[in-house]
Each structure stands twice: as structure tokens, then as C-alpha cells.
Design a protein around this ligand. Structure first.
Ligand code: OAD
Length: 229
């Protein structure tokens, strides 16, 4: 028998309990930094050192973090379902928990890419991209991150996956950053949907949605236990 397809859409909240800060909570990253200084092509044009330093810090923090119970619960789901994770996160905690199919919409912190040719992508050794570090064509390496104002190359692939889901789960995202946040509109109205977040998230108009107002490490293992029955 073919397995049912579960598509999981994750955001910063799923990694919060691994010690990685979210963006928009009261102690979030965008309280500490201005998006325009560190996460836009304009920031990169103005001050490469500052941008590199921002992501070097994020990388070190990610490498020190461990997957939590929520990441692990998603791995567990693979025993019964065909699971695809579409994440806005740049960390690799889903992969380190063992999840097999992970699509990163906003890039990956452990990769660098050429500023000249976006197809030249490299795994970063250690924690830093340094000013002066170049790709094989001689241009400065930049973080392999989708910045504000840039296209999201994996978006169409993700919409298609969402449209094919039999069950759709959303975890730890404020659903305010588009186009990613629009993904729920691509899931069929009849498909059961679950949203796990300790705060209220605006999901008006979404049909067949069960809201689980819990932290990911509590709500997700409980939901997975239900779905495994
Ligand atoms: P946000 O910081 O906007 O939202 C985090 C969500 O996680 C909020 O709804 C919180 O209530 C929730 N949350 C906090 N702790 C949680 C926990 N323990 N368990 C479950 N949920 C929890 O983060 P994102 O929605 O991921 O993009 O942000 C989207 C994009 O904006 C990011 O990918 C990033 C950012 O700017 C780029 O940098 C391009």
C-alpha cells in the first residue's frame, strides 16, 4: 500500500527549544538587529563584513544546537507516512534528527555561494565565511540564504508538494513572511490541517484546521502519537 503523504511546514518556533532564537518573538533576532542592515541585497552592497558576521554568529549557534523532541517526532512519522518537510529555517536540525526529505525555502546556514554565479554552492568547513574568501570564479562568497527582496527559488516546488498533501502540519511560524506564508492556500480545503504554536497566528479562512496551542516539543510529539495510531 502506498503511504499517505504528510507535508510539514516549519518555522523558527520548532528550533526555539534547541536554543535558536526566533525572529519576531519579544527576544527575537529582529529586535536585536535591523533586517535592512543584515538580510537584504542592499545590506550586502553596503557592508559585507557586518552581513558575514551576522550569519557567522548564526552558524556557530546552529552548530552548537541539537535537535529537540519536535524534530525527532517528525522523524518518527516516517515509519508510517511519506513525510516531506518544507522549512523556512536555515538550520539543519531536521536533517540531524534524521528526516529524509527536507526542502529549505530560505537557504541553508552551512552553505556558501558565489556572488557571481548562484549555481556555485559550497559546504562551509568550520563556522565562518571570511571577507576575501572566493568562489572558483573569483567572486566573494556569500551566505546561501534567501534575503528579503530576493526570489524564493524553491517556492513552486513547495506549492506543488502542499497541493499533494493528505495531511498538512504547520509548526512554529508567524506566517507573516511571503511568499512562504501563502503555502496554506495551496493545500486542498478537505485536507486535515494542524497548527502547533504557543501564540495566536492569523489563519482566518483556512478550512479543516485544528489549532494546538502548545510549544513544539509538547504539541508535536502528542500529535505524532495520535497520527501513528
Ligand atoms: P517568526 O519569528 O516570525 O515566528 C516564530 C513563531 O514561532 C511564532 O509564531 C512563535 O509564537 C512561535 N514559537 C515560539 N516558540 C515556539 C515553540 N517553542 N514551539 C512552537 N512555536 C514557537 O519566525 P518564522 O515564521 O519562521 O526569513 O519567520 C519567517 C521568516 O522570517 C524566516 O524564515 C526568516 C525571517 O525573517 C529570512 O530570513 C528570509
Amino acid at each position: 500500500m502506498t503511504k499517505q503523504k504528510i507535508v510539514v511546514f516549519t518555522g523558527a518556533g520548532i528550533s526555539a527549544e534547541s536554543g535558536i532564537k526566533t525572529f519576531r518573538d519579544s527576544d527575537g533576532l529582529w529586535e536585536e538587529y535591523n533586517i535592512n542592515d543584515v538580510a537584504t541585497p542592499q545590506a550586502w552592497a553596503k557592508n559585507r563584513e557586518l552581513v558575514l558576521e551576522f550569519y557567522n554568529k548564526r552558524r556557530k549557534q546552529t552548530q552548537e544546537a541539537q535537535p529537540n523532541l519536535a524534530h525527532k517526532a517528525l522523524k518518527e512519522l516516517e515509519k508510517k507516512y511519506d513525510v516531506t518537510i518544507i522549512t523556512q529555517n536555515i538550520d539543519d536540525l531536521h536533517e540531524r534528527a534524521g528526516s529524509k526529505k527536507v526542502v529549505h525555502l530560505h537557504g541553508e546556514i552551512n552553505k556558501a555561494r558565489s556572488t557571481l554565479d548562484e549555481t556555485l554552492v559550497y559546504k562551509i568547513k568550520g563556522t565562518e565565511i571570511k571577507l576575501g574568501e572566493k568562489c572558483e570564479r573569483g567572486s566573494q562568497l556569500r551566505p546561501h540564504i534567501v534575503w528579503f527582496g530576493e526570489q524564493v527559488p524553491m517556492m513552486d516546488v513547495a506549492y506543488k508538494m502542499a497541493a499533494e498533501a493528505d495531511i498538512f502540519i504547520v509548526v512554529g511560524t508567524s506566517l507573516v513572511v511571503y511568499p512562504a506564508a501563502g503555502i496554506l492556500n495551496y493545500v486542498a480545503p478537505t485536507v486535515p490541517k494542524y497548527m502547533i504554536d504557543p501564540s495566536d497566528v492569523n489563519v482566518s479562512g483556512i478550512k479543516n484546521l485544528t489549532i494546538i496551542k502548545q510549544k513544539a516539543s509538547v504539541g508535536l510529539p502528542q500529535l505524532v502519537e495520535e497520527l501513528m495510531k
